[in-house]
Design a protein around this ligand. Structure first.
Ligand code: KG4
Ligand code: ZN
Length: 333
């Protein structure tokens, strides 16, 4: 079964062709980062306009790269939400037009479920149940994946998303947008024990996250150092900040896995590219006897292949959308 998938929830226009939900025949990603960089973040209006310009050529490119034609496609999967309303609309309209013209099923996909499904693409042995941490620019979720389409939301951020915290701290350090990869790079050269930033665990037993206090602690530290005219070692700030976030993410994920008896943990989303997070998860996994999965970098950040995988499993479980499918900018899990 061939799935054509479309993702336009934020600033990546992406289209992919998948065979049976786990084999990627093509995954074309057109990033708008260079355009939004100038503004220090994604400008929704510009993102929508760029999606309109890019979507048709990218759909065609994904078919060409996969070596197939429209007539070979069996289902169309498209991100329904969460995301920017104008950006989502471009993808959904395209998906509807294709499903209607080709007379094939349309499947609306939850972007967060897509991030989770990114793990199936390269790890053929990964099957539910497992524990999953999703950390991206817009979301931080702790989920127990009971089946391919059954997700139990156990924790979420009560303020900033993890990637947002990376981006905001990076900005205060004068680093370009998106800041996550820059912090990751600088952290490797810094001392993670140099500054004692808070590990915000919230109330006992809570699986929720809060990152805004940590962000404020970094800002306060920078202000104090500036006031005292003392030298700021940017690598140490990056390493100490990153470690404070990672300690909380790793601790809560493993606590959930152990509570549920999971022998597998997956993590996903843009922040899953983080080298420090990958190493910390791997090390703890070895200590606890829990197998760790994460997608390769290109499948961590937004892409249509992950949407195609999720669409396939939704379709297999009998879910189908109709042409009245609406965008859901605030869709949760
Ligand atoms: O999943 P994604 O592409 O978009 C959303 O759905 O939000 O994630 C983008 C986020 C940005 O905040 C970016 O700074 C962060 O992922 N990110 C990283 C790294 N690479 C991307 N954060 C930390 N370390 C990285 N290496
Ligand atoms: Zn995303």
């Amino acid at each position: 079964m061939l799935t054509l998938a479309i993702e336009t929830s934020c600033d990546e226009t992406s289209c992919a062709v998948l065979k049976d939900g786990r084999e990627v025949l093509s995954n074309i990603i057109s990033s708008q980062i260079e355009i939004h960089k100038e503004y220090g973040g994604v400008v929704p209006e510009i993102a929508s306009r760029k999606h309109i310009e890019s979507i048709n050529p990218i759909v065609q490119e994904s078919l060409d790269k996969a070596g197939v034609t429209f007539q070979d496609i069996d289902i169309v999967g498209v991100t329904q939400g969460p995301g920017l309303v104008g950006a989502l609309l471009i993808g959904i309209s395209t998906g509807k037009a294709l499903a209607y013209a080709l007379d094939i099923p349309l499947i609306g996909v939850n972007h967060i479920e897509g991030h989770i499904c990114a793990n199936y693409i390269e790890h053929k042995d990964l099957k539910p149940p497992f524990t999953c941490l999703i950390v991206s620019g817009g979301h931080s979720y702790l989920v127990q994946v009971n089946d391919y389409t059954e997700y139990e939301l156990v924790g979420r951020t009560i303020d900033d998303a993890a990637g947002e915290a990376f981006d905001k701290v990076a900005r205060s350090l004068g680093l370009p947008y998106p800041g996550g990869p820059h912090i990751d790079r600088l952290a490797k050269e810094g001392n993670k024990d140099a500054i004692d930033f808070p590990r915000i665990m919230l109330e006992k037993g809570s699986y929720n996250f809060s990152f805004s206090g940590l962000k404020t602690a970094v800002l306060n530290y920078l202000n104090q150092m500036n006031q005292k005219d003392e030298e700021i070692i940017i690598e140490d700030v990056a390493a100490s900040f990153q470690q404070a976030i990672l300690d909380v993410l790793v601790e809560k994920t493993f606590r959930l896995a152990k509570e549920r008896g999971s022998d597998k943990i997956a993590f996903a989303g843009g922040v899953a590219s983080n080298e420090g997070l990958r190493q910390a998860m791997k090390k703890r996994g070895q200590e606890e006897g829990i197998k760790i999965y994460h997608p390769s970098r290109v499948l961590c950040t937004d892409n249509a292949a992950m949407i195609g995988s999720s669409a396939y499993y939704n379709y297999k479980s009998g879910q189908k959308s109709d042409l009245g499918l609406k965008v859901k900018p605030n869709l949760g899990l």
